[in-house]
Design a binder for this molecule. Structure first.
Ligand code: IPM
Ligand code: MG
Length: 384
């Protein structure tokens, strides 16, 4: 039976980079004989313009019935005056929470060809390969009560609730331990347990879970120190696990170490190994429509999709290929996982050839636009 992918390009550079990922998917289908159907939907500002809401019920239903979702990016100045409950970002947050996509894998891996593009010295980032496991459906992003109220004296007060249930911590900890077990065997749990009770519980539960993983070396770090260590000596980390908001912040920081946030894919998975795949970067409205955006993170997100949601036998419960989220190698032999390997290799090949979009440009490179970069990946994928 054919697999179903729902494609949600969103706003800003989303549609442009998605077009390149879809070219690459067509090429992969051709080369590996994959049976995949693609449907399309609107999300974010594009959905607000068309349906009045950032994610319609119809699109949500399509998402529920897809094997995987390929997501672009949402948001832009056009929708800045939308009320909080109807902002473009709410479309993304609703998909995450309605599909229970609690495990967000954000690999920060340096392509050796881009060592010079990092904001850190090449020797600090050479060989960098970190996997950030971010809890994605809980914490302060979703906690209730939330809002802005007016106090008796007329002053306004904004409030959010930082809350985690034990079961939510336990399931993300398991994913992180499984990932660490399959990678370098080290897990750093990031919290702020010196100040916040909720993350005190986080630490306790992570320690309890560690009993089942004697082969994984567990450490803990406060989030402020973790931010500092990421820019001081990032190679000390293997897998990091943290809550929703800290993970949001630390993953941007880790992304920049790799040269460009335009290179990084991510996967958000639920327990049924259904997943949503998106670049870590946002909608970059300043360069939208100019054929300037780097499509490689979107293309690498497609590779993750093929590996984690479409390859037979990949499942979150088994910990399978999930753990290899930041590794280019994968031993599984299904067509979809072979296609994933081949796409990642094609990306590496175009970098070897010196092809660069503006965000990763360096002296002597061949500067390209979004579409040309997509074509280069397709050519490389088909030239075997
Ligand atoms: C991310 C983004 C989102 C988040 C926004 C767009 C809601 O920053 O995926 O990191 O905060 O989770
Ligand atoms: Mg973010």
């Amino acid at each position: 039976m054919s697999k179903q992918i729902l494609c949600l390009p969103g706003d800003g550079i989303g549609p442009e980079i998605m077009a390149e990922a879809l070219k690459v998917l067509d090429a992969a289908k051709q080369r590996f004989g994959l049976d995949i159907d693609v449907s399309h939907g609107l999300v974010g500002g594009a959905a607000i313009d068309h349906d009045g809401v950032p994610l319609s019920d119809e699109t949500l239903e399509l998402a529920r019935h897809s094997d995987a979702i390929l997501f672009g990016a949402v948001g832009g100045p056009k929708w800045d005056d939308q009320p909080m409950a109807n902002r473009p970002e709410k479309g993304l947050l609703k998909l995450r929470s309605e599909l229970d996509l609690f495990a967000n894998l954000r690999p920060a891996m340096l392509f050796p060809q881009l060592a010079g593009a990092s904001s850190l010295k090449p020797k600090l980032v050479a060989g960098l390969d970190i996997l950030i496991v971010r809890e994605l459906t809980g914490g302060i992003y979703f906690g209730e009560p939330r809002g802005v109220r007016t106090l008796g004296n007329g002053e306004r007060e904004g409030y959010n609730t930082y809350v985690y249930r034990e079961s939510e911590i336990r399931r993300i900890a398991k994913v992180a331990f499984e990932a660490a077990r399959k990678r370098g065997g080290r897990l750093c749990s990031v919290d702020k347990s010196n100040v916040l009770e909720v993350t005190g519980l986080w630490r306790e539960v992570v320690v309890e879970e560690s009993a089942g993983y004697n082969d994984v070396e567990l450490s803990h770090m406060y989030v402020d120190n973790a931010a500092m260590q990421l820019v001081r000596a990032p190679k000390q980390f293997d897998v990091m696990v943290t809550g929703n908001m800290f993970g949001d912040i630390l993953s941007d920081c880790a992304a920049m170490l790799t040269g460009s946030i335009g290179m990084l894919p991510s996967a958000s998975l639920n327990e049924r190994h259904q997943g949503m795949y998106e670049p870590v970067h946002g909608s970059a409205p300043d360069i939208a429509g100019k054929n300037k955006a780097n499509p490689l993170a979107q293309i690498l997100s497609l590779a993750m999709l093929l590996r984690f949601s479409l390859a037979e036998g990949s499942s979150l419960a088994e910990g399978s290929s999930l753990a290899e989220g930041s590794s280019l190698a994968n031993s599984s032999s299904t067509g979809a996982s072979k296609a994933a390997d081949a796409i990642e290799k094609a990306v590496s090949d175009v970098l070897d050839k010196g092809y660069r979009t503006a965000d990763i440009a360096s002296e002597g490179c061949q500067l390209m636009g979004t579409a040309e970069m997509g074509d280069a990946v397709v050519n490389s994928l088909l030239s075997v």
